[in-house]
Design a protein around this ligand. Structure first.
Ligand code: EPZ
Length: 420
């Protein structure tokens, strides 16, 4: 039960180089099961979700090593087909392993993912897609049993462009007989990275990044080496840290199309953002401008994973901003904590709220409600010249590598207190 003590008021500025994206490495780690061989992956963030996925891969018999950003997975000897309940309950996104497991084995059993703070997060679209690929599915006492009676390419038309369901369908279709055509697929950059990883293994996937993806099944995959794409959400979070504290930030290694949905909103708030030499330079606003309406939507819309952090930015703007969260039904839990810090937030409906900018925030003891909500509280604390205490930081460490040291390197006064 560790916590951060942040004494804000310092400019957050300097040069930054952020490792790979959590939401890219997790499906890629699931894909390492498919080649029955070695995968060498670089630029892997040292975050608890990665260590969790390592445990899952080891539990099915993979040999895994991780050091200094390089992950090596040897799935030659993997032979366990049941994923222990405790893993899926703790990390929802481990459900994406289902598609890879059934791509590799004739049968797999996995627990239903546990509840999640930000929403009910059903997996009906995942199961529907696997059934369309000929997988027989039995649901029994909280478990899902998948039988590979006849893994065959087919047409999958998603009623909603779910990221996880698109990834599970791709992972299962890679070794199916024939062609799979996915319509209304999710277009997130992390899916493109999964496609690139799989194709380096010898798969035939095309169209990721668009809403139509086509997969020609192959029989065998091979050893692979890959660099994970940079984490656009972590980069966006640090950009707001600088923008909020009048600091300039230079970030190495960014992908413009990945960053633009975020940069677009920061420009509306008065930031100057310039892309150059494969990186970006952010200049802070002289005055934070309010943004009339922020509506989250699937990529290339404004990402829900940046909603909380942008809300913190708007708590100190010169006017009124309205936030409409359209992806998850319970992703405003940071509002109550930000209000404890003096923000002026009013609910209009359970997923629409109005932020009226205030002069300054004030310190208090707050709790991270979830991963991105926790990051939003860290950003708020960086603007408060007294000590602010943030607890439940395990949420934050799930998706941000070494955040306290990175922030300290950019000028922040952050202390991590380990509590037994
Ligand atoms: C991925 O979650 C990300 N996680 C999330 O990031 C991100 O918020 C989300 O995509 C949207 O961008 C990972 O990549 C590991 P979805 P995922 O399936 O795949 C509903 C973070 O902070 N839905 O696109 O679970 C669902 O309930 C995390 O890094 C169904 O109804 O997202 C939700 O309302 C949080 N049935 C919406 O679709 C289904 O079968 C979007 O979910 C699947 C989803």
């Amino acid at each position: 039960m560790s916590k951060y003590i942040i004494k804000g008021g310092n400019k957050i500025e300097g040069k930054l180089n952020i490792r790979g994206a959590k939401n890219a490495i997790l499906p890629i780690m699931a894909a390492t099961i498919l080649n029955e061989s070695v995968s060498i992956i670089h630029n892997v963030p040292d975050i608890s979700d990665v260590h969790f996925m390592i445990k899952i891969l080891e539990s099915i018999g993979c040999k895994v090593s991780y050091s200094d950003g390089t992950l090596i997975v040897d799935s030659s000897f993997a032979d366990q087909v049941e994923i222990e309940e405790c893993y899926v309950r703790k990390m929802r996104s481990s459900i994406i392993i289902m598609g890879a497991m059934i791509g590799r084995f004739d049968y797999t059993k996995i627990s239903y993912p546990g509840g999640c703070a930000i929403g009910s997060r059903p997996i009906d679209l995942h199961l529907k897609a696997l059934k369309e690929l000929g997988i027989r599915i039995e649901e029994d006492e909280g478990f899902i049993k998948c039988y590979k009676d006849n893994l065959e390419g087919n047409i999958i038309n998603f009623e909603f462009p779910s990221v996880g369901a698109t990834e599970n369908a791709i992972l299962a279709a890679v070794k199916a007989t024939g062609i799979t055509k996915i319509y209304n697929a999710a277009r997130e950059p992390e899916i493109e990275d999964l496609q690139n990883f799989l194709n380096k293994m010898g798969a035939k996937v095309k169209g990721a990044g668009t809403n139509y993806i086509e997969i020609e099944g192959v029989r065998k995959l091979r050893k692979v080496e890959h660099d994970v794409i940079p984490d656009r959400i972590a980069i966006g979070t640090y950009m707001i840290a600088s923008a909020l504290t009048s600091g300039k930030l230079e970030v190495d290694n960014v992908v413009i199309s990945h960053m633009e949905p975020i940069s677009d909103k920061l420009r509306s708030a008065g930031c100057e953002i310039e892309y150059k030499n494969g990186g970006l330079l952010l200049k802070p606003p002289s005055k934070i401008k309010s943004i009339d309406l922020v509506r989250t939507s699937p990529h290339p819309g404004f990402p829900t994973d940046m909603q909380a952090q942008l809300m913190t930015f708007m708590t100190l703007s010169d006017g009124i901003s309205v936030f409409h969260e359209t992806i998850f039904e319970n992703r405003f839990m940071h509002c109550a904590e930000l209000s404890r810090l003096g923000a002026n937030i009013k609910y209009i409906t359970e997923n629409i709220c109005m932020i009226k900018g205030v002069e300054k925030l004030r310190s208090a003891k707050v709790k991270s409600p979830d991963l991105r909500g926790g990051a939003a509280l860290v950003l708020a604390a960086l603007t408060i010249p007294q000590e602010t205490e943030i607890s439940n930081i395990y949420h934050i460490e799930r998706g941000y590598e070494n955040i306290e040291n990175i922030l300290r390197g950019l000028g922040a006064d952050v202390l991590k207190i380990e509590e037994i």
